[in-house]
Ligand binder design. Structure first.
Ligand code: UD1
Length: 416
C-alpha cells in the first residue's frame, strides 16, 4: 500500500512548474482517432489517467509511442469499433471515444461508464448530441452501440454546458457532413484547447460566447500540439502555499485560466503577484472567510472545491461553499473533520467554520481532488498525517510529493 507521511507546519516557499493539463490531454489523445495521420502531443503529464487512455487507444488499434513529455498516436491501421470495457469503467473520459469512432468507422460499441443507464445522467447529453447528428443509439449488454453511415451537421442546444458532451459533439461534428451549431456549450479552457487541436487537424470551428460553429470535413489530417498548463494542478499548488502561510510561485501557468481562484485568494487576504506565466501567492496568517459557489467556466471550478475547503478550514470565520456542478463531491469532508475541521453540510452547501489549527491523522484519499485536499490539510496540520490510497491522487497529479518537497514540504512516500 502506498502512502504519504506528511509532517505538517512547514510554510512552503520557492517556485515550481506545472505540467500540461490532464483534462486537455485526455480528449486530445482521443481526437487522434479522427485521422489516419499521426497526432503528436507535447506537455503530456505522466499520469495514470493518461496511461489509461493510451491503453484504450492501443487496444482499439492505434499505434502509441510515449516519450518523456510527448506522445505520438497514429490511428492508421485497421481500428476496432469496440472499446475496452475495463478502461472505460475505470475512467469516464474514455467514453469520449464514442463520437470519434462512429464518425470514422460508422459504428462504435462503448461500455456504459460506471454502469449508468442510457437516457439518464451522466451521458444523456452525449447521446442526445450524437442522435441529433443522425446516429442511431442502442444499448446492448451494458454497452452503447452507435451507428451512422455518415454523421450530419445539426443544431444542438445543450440543457447544461457539459464539458464531456461538448467535447464529444465537437469531435463527432468535425467529421460530419455540413455545419453543426452547439449552443450552450462548455467553454472550459480544456474544451477550447481541444477546439484548437481540431482546427490544426483541419476542422473549421468558431466559438462566440457559448456557441460553437463547426464546419465538418470529410477527412482530417495529423497535427502537432502543445497542451495548455494544468490549472487544477496550479491551483492546488497555490493553495498549498497559501494554506501553509508560505510564499509559492507557480511557473508555466495561465493566470487568465486561474482567475476565479486568484480572485478568491485575494478576497481571503492572500498576497498575489502575476508576472507573465508566473503566479506567486503569499499566504495570510489566517485566511478571511469567503463565500463560493462552483459553476461551469468562467465560474469557480468544481475540481478546486476540495483543496479550497482545506484552505478555508483554517479561516478566521465561517465560509460557505456550494457545490453546484457535481452533487456527490463531499466524500473528503469526513477526513478533514477527523483532522479537526468544522464542516457541516446541508444538501449541496457546506458551511466551513474556520478553526485555528488542524491535527495530523491517518486518512484515505477518496478521489483525485479530495485526496489533494487531505494532503493540503496535512501540510498545514500539527503533527503527522498519513494519506493512503494514493492511486486516486495519482490519477490527476504527477509527482505531487516531489513538487511539494521541492517547496520545502516534509513528505515521505512509503511504497510498501
Ligand atoms: C469534466 C472534467 C472534470 C470536471 C468537470 C466539470 C475531464 C476529463 N473531466 O468532467 O474534471 O470536474 O468536467 O468541470 O475533463 N451531466 C449530465 N449529462 C451528461 C453529461 C454531464 O447530466 O450527459 C452532468 C454531470 O452529471 C455533472 C455536470 O453535468 O453534474 C457536469 O459534468 P461534465 O461537465 O460533463 O463533466 P465531465 O465532462 O464528466
Amino acid at each position: 500500500m502506498e502512502s504519504y507521511r506528511i509532517e505538517g507546519g512547514a510554510p512552503l516557499s520557492g517556485a515550481v512548474r506545472v505540467d500540461g493539463a490532464k483534462n486537455a490531454a485526455l480528449p486530445a489523445c482521443i481526437a487522434s482517432l479522427l485521422t489516419d495521420e499521426r497526432v503528436v502531443l507535447h506537455r503530456v503529464p505522466q499520469l495514470r489517467d493518461v496511461s489509461t487512455i493510451l491503453y484504450t487507444l492501443g487496444a482499439l488499434g492505434g499505434r502509441v509511442v510515449r516519450h518523456a513529455d510527448h506522445v505520438s498516436i497514429s490511428a492508421c491501421g485497421s481500428l476496432s469499433e469496440e472499446a475496452d470495457a475495463y478502461s472505460v469503467r475505470q475512467m469516464r473520459a474514455s467514453f469520449l471515444v464514442l463520437g470519434p469512432l462512429v464518425a470514422r468507422l460508422g459504428q462504435a460499441v462503448v461500455p456504459l461508464p460506471g454502469g449508468c443507464a442510457i437516457g439518464r445522467r451522466p451521458i444523456d447529453l452525449h447521446l442526445d448530441g450524437l442522435k441529433a447528428l443522425g446516429a442511431r443509439v442502442a444499448e446492448k449488454e451494458g454497452a452503447v452501440v452507435v451507428t451512422a453511415e455518415r454523421l450530419r451537421g445539426a443544431r444542438i442546444e445543450l440543457s447544461y454546458p457539459s464539458v464531456g458532451a461538448t467535447e464529444q459533439i465537437l469531435m463527432a461534428a468535425s467529421l460530419a457532413k455540413g455545419e453543426t451549431v452547439i449552443e450552450n456549450g462548455a467553454v472550459e479552457p480544456e474544451v477550447e484547447d481541444l477546439a484548437r487541436l481540431l482546427r490544426k487537424m483541419g476542422a473549421e470551428i468558431e466559438v462566440v460566447d457559448r456557441t460553437y460553429r463547426v464546419a465538418g470535413a470529410s477527412r482530417l489530417r495529423g497535427a502537432e500540439h502543445e497542451l495548455i498548463p494544468d490549472r487544477m494542478e496550479a491551483g492546488t499548488l497555490l493553495l498549498a502555499g497559501a494554506v501553509t502561510g508560505g510564499s509559492v510561485t507557480v511557473a508555466g501557468c495561465r493566470s487568465d485560466h486561474l482567475a476565479p481562484l486568484l480572485g478568491l485568494l485575494e478576497s481571503s487576504g492572500a498576497g498575489l503577484t502575476i508576472d507573465g506565466e508566473m503566479v506567486t501567492v503569499r499566504g495570510p496568517v489566517r485566511p478571511l472567510p469567503v463565500d463560493v459557489v462552483t459553476a461551469p467556466h468562467p465560474g469557480f471550478p468544481t475540481d478546486l472545491h476540495p483543496p479550497l475547503a482545506a484552505y478555508l478550514s483554517l479561516a478566521a470565520g465561517a465560509s460557505s461553499l456550494v457545490e453546484a456542478v457535481f452533487e456527490g463531491r463531499f466524500a473528503y469532508t469526513d477526513a478533514l473533520c477527523a483532522m479537526g475541521a468544522r464542516i457541516t453540510r446541508t444538501g449541496a452547501a457546506l458551511t466551513i467554520g474556520g478553526v485555528e489549527s488542524l491535527n495530523g491523522r491517518a486518512v484515505a484519499a477518496t478521489d483525485i481532488r479530495g485526496g489533494a485536499a487531505m494532503v493540503l490539510a496535512g501540510l498545514a496540520a500539527d503533527g503527522y498525517t498519513t494519506v493512503t490510497q494514493l492511486e486516486h491522487i495519482e490519477r490527476g497529479y504527477a509527482r505531487l510529493e516531489e513538487k511539494l518537497v521541492s517547496l520545502g514540504a516534509r513528505i515521505e512516500r512509503d511504497d510498501e
